[in-house]
Design a protein around this ligand. Structure first.
Ligand SMILES: Cc1ncc(COP(=O)(O)O)c(C=O)c1O
Length: 443
């Protein structure tokens, strides 16, 4: 008998299972505490309750089969039409629903590669150029698609280096990928300039707007200055936007949007060489929950544009209050960003110690390592949660300066480390990499 955990021979009672799972749930950081900096979360509200109720209603529906259900097709069509409009699309623009930013970025690079195979058949070793700040998932999908990622170092102010990107284009380049905003530094890349470059060199420009697509339009409504980034920018052929980030859809829910049907035509993978007729899915995955799409349909209709704008206004207020407070804490500073992400760094103290001290107070913070910073996914916190965060931050810095707080936290994004509490897959991944060499090397 293996030492893997086993299916219980007989079912446990409803009460026992409920009690056990409730205990596990209670042991997790409550999302309502606002302490999960990786999660865009509104707090419990009417909108949250509505989303949950609609999710439960559609709980078991498979979105692979929406072609059989006119009502489900309407839900998907309505959501995608709204997304296309929010992303600066026009009547020719198209969209697909996917499971997340990774899949949306996969679809973009896959279509880009297929387009290049048709339009540039001379290229056998395709390359994509991107700023160093491009999200890890773009590297991942490029590896899967056998596309070489060429990343260009950021300028000294951490912005994308357009001249460097131009210089990295060669005879094998098929496209450029940039972000709105990029995850590490929170700034919107110079999409208009990159669009010009793409048009000049006949390249496919993909914008990873997983974070920004469903919040930046509302920042604009509020008069914030947001650099051009969407499908209305000449040269942009595709844009990924996560509904399960600032759209507030339950996961998994994302979109890949296409400038026109011409781009989308390179996306689909119709399969007929098997016994059951045409197999066609919206994206890479097959079975997909309809529940998050129904939930976002409900949210979009409940909130309307005014509701999303109001949320963006509150979010900007929270961001402003954090920026103001951090400027008063000696040794800490925030970085200028264009969107809802915010970094806190220090020239005086080790920022990992701040993550460690905040970790002891229950804050689950993510980080940037190059250069070191705390990485916040800003969201609407209650006044009480916000004040607690600011107080804990100030206290952490004081304790570090006086030598009272010494644990180092990790500046990371994904899980790294083989702590006993880590899931088994992660422990075994760490084992594999320890055996085979450095985990951080390209493979
Ligand atoms: C800019 C960007 N792209 C892609 C992703 C990947 O999204 P997902 O985790 O939904 O696959 C993220 C996630 O944070 C992101 O910030």
């Amino acid at each position: 008998m293996s030492d893997h955990y086993q299916l219980p021979p007989d079912g446990l009672s409803y009460e026992t299972v409920t009690q056990e799972i409730d205990e596990l749930f209670a042991a997790m950081t409550p999302e309502s505490s606002g302490k999960l900096s990786s999660t865009a979360f509104w707090g419990v509200s009417d909108a949250y309750n509505l989303s949950k109720a609609v999710y439960s209603k559609f709980f078991s529906w498979n979105a692979l089969f929406t072609f059989q259900e006119a009502a489900a097709a309407k839900i998907e069509n309505d959501v995608l039409d709204i997304c296309i409009s929010l992303a600066g699309g026009n009547a020719d623009s198209r969209g697909n629903l996917t499971s997340g930013g990774t899949e949306s970025n996969f679809c973009a690079l896959h279509a880009m590669r297929n387009w290049a195979r048709q339009t540039r058949p001379d290229i056998s070793a395709p390359e994509v150029v991107a700023p160093y700040s491009i999200h890890a998932t773009v590297h991942k999908v490029a590896q899967v698609l056998d596309i070489k990622m060429v990343t260009v170092p950021q300028n000294a102010d951490l912005s994308a280096d357009v001249i460097g990107i131009k210089g990295a284009i060669n005879a094998n380049t098929i496209g450029i990928v940039a972000s709105a905003p990029n995850w590490p530094y929170g700034t919107v890349d110079p999409i208009a300039a990159l669009g010009k470059l793409a048009l000049t060199h006949d390249l496919w420009l993909h914008v990873d707007a997983c974070v920004g697509a469903y919040i930046l339009p509302f920042f604009r409504d509020l008069g914030e200055s947001v650099p051009a980034y969407d499908l209305s920018v000449a040269g942009v052929r595709s844009l990924s936007g996560d509904l399960h980030k600032y759209g507030y859809a339950p996961k998994p829910c994302s979109t890949i949007l296409w400038r026109s049907v011409e781009e989308q035509a390179h996306h689909y993978l119709p399969i007929t060489q098997w016994p059951c007729g045409l197999y066609l899915s919206q994206g890479l995955v097959g079975s997909r929950p309809l529940a998050p799409v129904a939930a976002i349909w409900a949210l979009m209709h409940y909130l309307g544009r005014a509701g999303y704008v109001e949320n963006a206004r509150k979010l900007l207020q929270v961001r402003g209050q954090i920026i103001d407070k951090v400027s008063l804490i000696e040794g800490l500073q925030t970085w200028p960003t264009d969107g809802p992400l915010l970094q806190i760094s220090s020239n005086e103290i080790d920022i990992q110690l701040v993550v460690g001290a905040m970790g002891q107070k229950g804050w689950r913070l993510l980080g940037v390592i190059d250069p070191p910073a705390i990485h916040l996914t800003i969201d609407v916190l209650s006044e009480e949660q916000l004040q607690k965060f600011l107080l804990d931050l100030e206290e952490s810095v004081t304790d570090i300066r006086s030598g009272k707080s010494t644990p180092e936290g990790l500046l990371s994004y994904g899980g790294v480390g083989a702590e006993e509490s880590a899931p088994k897959w992660l422990q075994s991944a760490v084992d594999i990499f320890e055996r085979n060499g450095n985990m951080t090397e390209d493979h």
